[in-house]
Design a protein around this ligand. Sequence first.
Ligand code: HMG
Ligand code: MG
Length: 296
Amino acid sequence: ILPNNVTIIEVGPRDGLQNEKRHVEEEEKLAFIHLLQDAGIREMELTSFVSPKWVPQMADAKNIVEKTTKIGRQFVLAPNAKGAELAIESGAKSIAVFVGVSNSFNQKNINRTTAESMDALEPVIAKLKSDGIFVRACISTAFYCPYEGKIEKQDVVELCKRFQAMGVDELSVADTIGMANPVESYELFKLLKEEFDEILLTAHFHDTRKMAIANIFAAMQAGIDRFDTSAGGLGGCPFAPGATGNVATEDVVNMLESLGIETGIDVDKICMAVEKIAPHVSHPIETGRYRLYKNR
Ligand code: HMG
Ligand code: MG
């Protein structure tokens, strides 16, 4: 049984660009964001309030948030109290925190153990919730870790339970390095759906091994109807070496459309947004295949 509607959370401007070596100008990012909104995107990760020493591409976070049209949920990432404070100052109303199930990954990404990150986030999330902020929790390395290998499902459930107790509104569960297969996707999301039915559950797939689209189909069969995707398949995490970008928004919308599942998103306009950002990133992105058979 497949859903009738699916919500796409566009992560291109954040996950997509954070790992981009070439500096992308603020104006180019804003044009990309506004074209994505124009294509029907109503939930998006705009940027991150992280250390500019660690992730230089996100150093313009404040300007990006201030200059973006506020429509639907426009998320900004924050790894700690300082990030959350800066995000609030810039006017963000939806904040995403992030933690890895794997300690080794969390150390590389946030310079803390998973437990240290969770302890530090507890008062941060309590404050955000009391201020009426929508809090999304991104769970990295939910399937495989680039340093520790296979992750136990139970460890993912435990971390999600802790976030649930803190009152988060959404759990976005990630295959950070794009190693999961469709059976693993189905099994983890089926379990999470049973355990966390009261909370918004989202799946976040990177596409290193080109299994993301199959993993999305499997997650839908497990009852998931929210997916993080990135226009043009941009992206990757600087602290997960070798992993490629997220599954491409245009590929996912195209599949959903052909299955009769509504997203409210115009694939042609997503391709226009990709064409706008393409000259500013350091690898070629191709969207021509969507136009090829269009009028048959
Ligand atoms: P640290 O060096 O341990 O930080 O880094 P610290 O607390 O010791 O502070 C050191 C300096 O950084 C201080 O400044 C702080 O003020 C500053 P100084 O006194 O030296 O001038 N600082 C900050 N500046 C701006 N924004 C902040 C901030 N916090 C401290 N929020 C830290 C710890 C978390 C800051 C660092 O490790 C970091 O920025 N990490 C971010 C890593 C990142 O952005 N990763 C990618 C996003 S997650 C992802 O892609 C996965 C996801 O897509 C899901 C999936 O696919 O798995 C979500
Ligand atoms: Mg990611």
